[in-house]
Every structure is written in structure tokens, then in C-alpha cells.
Write a protein that binds this ligand. Structure first.
Ligand code: SAM
Ligand SMILES: Nc1c(NC[C@H](O)[C@H](O)[C@H](O)CO)[nH]c(=O)[nH]c1=O
Ligand code: TYR
Ligand code: SF4
Length: 463
């Protein structure tokens, strides 16, 4: 009875050990933040809650936190707002991991060759992935981000397939690829397929790397080493969610634990790959969990120094199991979102770039975040499935023109960047047209996504 009640309690009523209580004061924490001193978790909690001495968010205090973060942003990275010309290419939505915040996935059984189910998901063969990337590359894109469901037929490479085929363990989340209507190939084959013409391949989250070594004694170094060989350039630090196991136990009990996530990220760093880091917040967790997560990321970066950006991902709730089961009624409020960005900037003194996601916040609030501590405004992405399927409504593409217009409207400088931020190009707003120039096939021509390209061609044909 108690168990059932607990899994259905609304937001804020979970039985967590970590709670936002401290013996510090908001004023002391803010003074430390303004002086650039390294913050403790207690300091971070004071800032994130605008003081544990008061109920709710104190709006005057919130403004002071945002101001401190905005000032820090200006000191660390100046007034430039960066963005990248990239494409999302998700390989498959088949996944049995069962994360309760996710509506991107579809039950893998529905993808089997003999299934009649109309599941609405997709799997791409390596050849299909290559086509998507090739076509985007022609338009001037130079990064492909690829994150996918943990398809039971996906293995690292042929050697991994052999190991999985020979195993009689029933707990490996494996079924031979031939059992599925569409064969996704192996991870290595997908990397090789997407590694077209100097494109930067940003793929294989720690959760995917875990899937790519299941049933073997291979280390994460071994796995990331082979993937790098196949063309992988950097690793998306998603699957982090909240790196506190009592929260993971509620929202993603099927996922790797926090320690293993960190282990995989360290391995990626050890083989010379850059990574990003994320937090997905605004579901069942509290402010203490958010700051403990930041601490784990800061500690990791102290050791690896390979995290190029931190990305707060605000939970999108409408179509998710968490919402459907009545475990949450909404995502974070705008005030919480702003504090999340600001405290990330102040707490993560060893990560230069804080990303504002227009997918999660929309244009207006996404721009506001650039004055709350964020300095990066994501990428063009061309297609988006994760947030859309969860019920997000902010679309799937932003053109360079839109970026330049938005960023200049808030008095900041638009700057095109490479995935790793090592290459940047300031854009002159008085010199249109605007298009990517940093990639191999990027000659400044404005980007037009595939859907609009065919629509435009039809219009011409109609005339
Ligand atoms: C959908 S997974 C795909 C990659 C891989 N299956 C994994 O879990 O790492 C990528 C990330 O999307 C984010 N995500 C999923 N559902 C979301 C939602 N409803 N709102 C916000 N972010 C979400 C999570 O942070 C998750 O780790
Ligand atoms: N914040 C979101 C991102 N961010 C990733 C960037 O687009 C880019 O790949 C990264 O900065 C490396 O250059 N991507 C999404 O699809 N959705 C987001 O909400
Ligand atoms: N795929 C993630 C976003 C993401 C991807 C790559 C990153 O490096 C960071 C964030 C989402 O939409 O939720
Ligand atoms: S977040 Fe990733 S692992 Fe979890 S259900 Fe969604 S696709 Fe699967």
C-alpha cells in the first residue's frame, strides 16, 4: 500500500534522504559567488533555493543570483553568443530501458519482423544514416549528434555480436539483429557510416557505451577506443539525468548508476575524446539533488578537463510516464530554470560554456537565459525527436538568419563555433546572407532543412 502510494505521489512528496537544508546563509553564499570563491554544495543550495530560510523563491534574491551569474559569464567568455551548424540523427527509438521521463523510446518487441504493432518509431540502417548525414553535409552542416534507444540488436561490432550470440545469459538485453524488421547494424558500422567527409561525430552517451559492452569484460576505454577508431569525435553527456542514485532509482531504475556514468565519461576522456555534460531537472528531484549533481560534474572536470559545455535540460513532462502515472504534474517553473542556469555558471568554475537550449526553453526564454549565465545557444539541429515526443512545442530547426536576428536583438555578438569551441567566427549582422562557414562544405550559403528544400522545389515547380 505504502509502495504504491509512494510511486504515485505528486512532485515534492518523494521520500528522499537528501533535502535542501543547510547551516549556511544565502547572503554568505552570494558573497562567495560574487568574489569568485569555489562554492560548496551548501552554498549552491542556498543560491538555488534563494535561501533555505524562506519558503519558495524570493524574487529579489533571485535577481541578485542571476546578476552575479551574468557578470561571471561576461568575465569568463565575454559577450559572444555561440552556436553550431549541426544535425540530429537518431538511429533508433527501440529501447527497453524504461526510463519514466522518456517518451522518445518505443518497446523493442514492436520492431521485430513478425510484429504487427503500429509503433510509430523508427530504426535506420547504417546506409540510411549515411544518407541523412551526407545530405545535411552538402548544406554546410559540420556536426552530427546521434543519440538512440538501446536497441536489443545493437552491439559494438562483429566481435561483440559473436559474444552475445554465444552467451546463454538471459539478462543481456540482446536479440539477434536478424529478428528485427530493420537491422541497425553495429555501433561501429553506424559510426563509420555517419563519419562522412570530416564531419564531427558527437555520439555514444555513457548509457549507449554501457549497451555496447554488455556481456563482455571490456572496459569503457576499450569501447570508446574502438568507437573513436570508427570515427567518433566526442561524447554527449546525456543519460546523466540527476547523478544521485536515490533520484535515478525513481526516474530511471533501468539505467546505469551515477558512479558508472562517471566511469564511462572518464574513459572517454582517457582515450582523448571531448565530452559535454548535462543535467535533466524539474521532475521529482529537489534543489539539493541539483547541486549535488553539479558537484559531481565539477569533480569530474577537475580530473578530466575535457568537458566542453554544460547543458541544463529542463524536463518536458506532458507525454511522459512520470506525468501519465501522476508522479509529476509539471516541469520546472521559469524561475527554477533561470536559477538552474545561473547556479550552473557560478558553481561550475571549471567549465567555460553553459548552453541555453531553445528546444527546451523556446526562443524568448532561451534568449533570457543568455543574461542569466548562459553563453551558448545550441545548434541548428534540423530535426528533433526527444522533446517533440515528450510534448515540447518549440520546433526542430533554427537558421543562421534567425540566430543572428535573435542574438543581435539582445545586444550581443553572434558567433559561429565548432563543436569543441576551438574554432569560432564572429558574424557581422550587417553582412547577410547568413550561413555556416566553419565546415568542410560550408561556404556561407544559408541552411535550408530537407523538408523545406523539397517544399521550395515544389513551389518552384508549381509556378
Ligand atoms: C532520449 S536519451 C537517448 C540516448 C540514450 N538512450 C540515453 O539514454 O543515453 C537522451 C537524453 O534525452 C533526455 N530526455 C529524454 N526525455 C526527456 C524529457 N522528457 N525531457 C527532457 N529531456 C529528456 C535525457 O536527458 C536523456 O538522457
Ligand atoms: N540542448 C540540446 C542540444 N544540445 C546539443 C547541441 O545541439 C550540440 O550538439 C552540442 O552543443 C555540441 O556542439 N541538442 C538537442 O538536440 N536538444 C537540446 O535540447
Ligand atoms: N539529446 C539531448 C540533448 C543533448 C545532446 C547532445 C549534447 O552534447 C547535449 C545535449 C536532448 O535533446 O535532450
Ligand atoms: S532515456 Fe534513453 S535509455 Fe532511457 S528509455 Fe529513453 S531512449 Fe531508452
Amino acid at each position: 500500500m505504502e509502495d504504491a502510494a509512494r510511486t504515485n505521489v505528486p512532485r515534492g512528496e518523494f521520500d528522499f534522504e537528501c533535502v535542501p537544508e543547510t547551516d549556511r546563509s544565502f547572503e554568505t553564499a552570494l558573497a562567495k559567488a560574487r568574489d569568485g570563491e569555489r562554492l560548496t554544495v551548501a552554498d549552491g543550495v542556498e543560491l538555488m533555493t534563494t535561501g533555505t530560510d524562506r519558503e519558495g523563491i524570493d524574487l529579489a534574491r533571485k535577481e541578485r543570483v542571476l546578476e552575479a551569474a551574468d557578470r561571471r559569464r561576461a568575465e569568463v567568455v565575454g559577450d559572444e553568443v555561440t552556436f553550431v551548424a549541426n544535425l540530429n540523427n537518431n538511429v533508433t527509438t527501440a529501447c527497453n530501458t524504461g526510463c519514466l521521463f522518456c517518451n522518445f523510446k518505443n518497446t523493442a518487441q514492436n520492431f521485430e519482423a513478425d510484429s504487427e504493432a503500429d509503433h510509430g518509431g523508427f530504426t535506420k540502417t547504417p546506409a540510411e544514416s549515411r544518407e541523412v548525414v551526407e545530405s545535411a553535409l552538402e548544406t554546410g552542416i559540420y556536426e552530427v549528434t546521434s543519440v538512440s534507444g538501446l536497441h536489443p540488436g545493437l552491439a559494438l561490432d562483429d566481435e561483440h555480436l559473436e559474444i552475445l550470440d554465444a552467451s546463454d545469459r538471459g539478462d543481456l538485453n540482446y536479440k539477434p539483429p536478424a529478428a528485427y524488421e530493420t537491422d541497425p547494424g553495429t555501433y561501429v558500422e553506424q559510426m563509420e557510416a555517419m563519419n562522412v567527409g570530416d564531419v564531427h561525430l558527437h555520439s555514444m552517451t555513457p548509457e549507449e557505451a554501457y549497451h555496447a559492452r554488455r556481456g563482455t569484460d571490456w572496459s569503457y576505454e576499450e569501447v570508446y577506443g574502438r568507437l573513436k577508431e570508427a570515427g567518433l569525435d566526442s561524447v554527449p553527456g546525456t543519460a546523466a539525468e540527476i547523478l544521485v542514485d536515490e533520484v535515478r532509482g525513481v526516474i530511471c531504475p533501468g539505467k546505469i548508476g551515477s558512479d558508472e556514468w562517471v566511469e564511462a565519461m572518464e574513459a572517454a576522456a582517457a582515450v582523448g575524446l571531448d565530452t559535454t555534460a548535462t543535467i535533466m531537472y524539474g521532475h521529482v528531484e529537489n534543489e539539493a539533488h541539483r547541486v549535488m549533481h553539479l558537484k559531481r560534474i565539477r569533480d569530474l572536470q577537475d580530473r578530466t578537463d575535457n568537458i566542453t559545455e554544460f547543458v541544463p535540460l529542463s524536463f518536458v513532462h506532458p507525454n511522459t510516464p512520470l506525468a501519465e502515472r501522476g508522479m509529476v504534474e509539471s516541469g520546472a517553473t521559469t524561475h527554477e530554470d533561470e536559477l538552474m542556469i545561473a547556479v550552473s555558471r557560478l558553481f561550475l568554475d571549471n567549465i567555460e560554456n553553459i548552453q541555453s537550449s531553445w528546444v527546451k526553453y523556446g526562443d524568448e526564454q532561451g534568449l533570457k537565459m543568455l543574461s542569466c549565465g548562459a553563453n551558448d545557444f545550441m545548434g541548428t539541429i534540423l530535426s528533433e525527436e526527444i522533446t517533440k515526443r515528450a510534448g515540447g512545442t518549440f520546433g526542430e530547426f533554427r537558421s543562421f538568419e534567425t540566430y543572428v536576428e535573435m542574438i543581435t536583438a539582445i545586444g550581443r555578438t553572434p558567433v559561429e563555433r565548432s563543436t569543441d569551441y576551438r574554432q569560432t567566427r564572429e558574424i557581422d549582422p550587417a553582412d547577410p546572407p547568413f550561413g555556416p562557414e566553419l565546415g568542410p562544405a560550408a561556404d556561407g550559403t544559408p541552411l535550408v532543412p530537407e523538408s523545406e528544400r523539397s517544399a521550395a522545389a515544389e513551389t518552384v515547380a508549381d509556378d
